[in-house]
Design a protein around this ligand. Structure first.
Ligand code: 0UX
Ligand code: ZN
Length: 369
């Protein structure tokens, strides 16, 4: 197995740590934020620009690519790396979350999930085996097990039954991926219940995976609930394997997650809010499309050294966004991704120097959300 995780430094005061993941397509320093590309592209960014801003790994998606253009077509193109001209590591989600969140679901059975395509209403079926076949076609370096991400809120009994099925599905996934170089991550479920989360971790450890994701969060629960689940779930997860918190998050979520020992994050927010003219800055999030920025000829963020902040002003970017100019979304996306990737770099540096809490306090003093 050419996949490896090396724990490089455990921070003294907190659970924050720095590590290195090795994959077939290159190395990843953790903690890491992974830009998201739903349809085989991180919207409006070229791979060269993604490298430029420091992206080390990107996320793609089984559900969307399975529906269009189809994973067999991508396999014919030589896999996702060839198809989208990205030669760094790629992580693909298993499609379960999207089926539950995008399509008007027909039914979940032990075998798998029947659903209607959100594109044209056609009927489909996806199972652990089919999800693994699609992810093998795509050729991603890290593959997520096919799981059920239960709705929030959900009652205890439903969550208990769901996580047991997700464990049986994880075993079926592992069987399918035995003879591949692709690293299969198990996904911890269990809602907001300490005992269910612990049971889920232990059952996944019995099967054995090179990395573990925490699923079932960032689905509408309160922020405090998410953080409490991390407080009691991360400590029962292995130290020597990467921990991936799925679907998270905002700058403040990244700080809270890293502080609790999370290594990997993904979120559509930075690219999605960028297209609507909202950007992250060192002093908090601003909506640059608002009238107040029309005559503001300063950079998006006066503390940011990215290409956009060196060359363009808020007034110009507001104009582009208001006129729905393509360059507008490109510039806000470029900056938002740079902001989060740079934030992770600064956290890695603070962890190495055992100064994470100093960094954490300074960040919150300035970042008025
Ligand atoms: C937002 N909150 C949240 N997300 C979650 C995801 C998807 C992670 N992002 C991958 C994804 C999802 C969409 C949008 C983009 C591209 C592609 C399709 C893959 C990121 C999740 N994925 C799985 N398999 N299981 C979860 O429990 C889960 C929980 C989440 N909670
Ligand atoms: Zn910038």
């Amino acid at each position: 197995m050419s996949f490896n995780f090396e724990l490089l430094h455990q921070e003294k005061e907190t659970a924050a740590r720095v590590g290195k993941i090795t994959t077939v397509h290159g190395e990843i320093e953790t903690p890491i934020f992974m830009p998201v590309g739903t349809q085989a592209t991180v919207k409006s960014m070229t791979p060269e620009e993604l490298w430029e801003i420091g992206s080390q790994i990107i996320l793609a998606n089984t559900y969307h690519l399975y529906l269009r253009p189809g994973s067999k077509l991508i396999a014919e193109a030589g896999g996702l790396h060839e198809f989208m001209h990205w030669d760094g590591p790629i992580l693909t989600d298993s499609g379960g979350f999207q089926v539950f969140s995008l399509s008007d679901l027909n039914e979940i059975t032990e075998e798998g999930v029947y659903f209607r395509s959100h594109l044209d209403g056609s009927k489909h079926f996806i199972s652990p085996e089919i999800s693994m076949e699609i992810q093998r076609d795509l050729g991603s370096d890290i593959v997520m097990a096919f799981d059920e991400c239960p709705p929030h809120p959900a009652d205890y009994d439903y969550l208990a039954k769901s996580l047991e099925m997700t464990i049986r599905w994880a075993e079926r996934c592992k069987k399918e991926m035995q003879d591949t170089e692709q690293a299969l991550f198990g996904i911890v479920q269990g809602g907001v219940y300490r005992d269910l989360r612990k049971a889920s971790v232990e059952a996944l450890l019995d099967i054995g995976f090179p990395g573990y994701a925490i699923g079932g969060l960032s689905v509408g629960e309160k922020k405090e609930e998410m953080l409490e689940v991390l407080d009691f779930t991360v400590p029962v997860m292995p130290e020597d394997k990467p921990r991936y918190l799925m679907g998270v998050g905002t700058p403040e979520d990244l700080l809270e997650g890293v502080k609790r020992g999370i290594d990997m994050f993904d979120c559509v927010l930075p690219t999605r809010i960028a297209r609507h003219g909202a950007v992250f800055t060192s002093h908090g999030r601003i909506t640059v499309r608002n009238a107040e920025y029309a005559r503001d000829f300063t950079p998006l963020d006066d503390e940011c050294d990215c290409y956009v902040c060196q060359n363009y002003t808020r007034g110009y970017i507001r104009h582009l966004i208001k006129r729905n100019e393509i360059l507008g979304a490109r510039l806000t996306t470029y900056h938002n991704l740079y902001f989060l990737i740079n934030l992770m770099e600064e956290m890695r540096d603070a962890i190495q120097r055992d100064r994470f809490m100093e960094f954490y306090r300074k960040f919150y003093q300035k970042y008025k959300i």
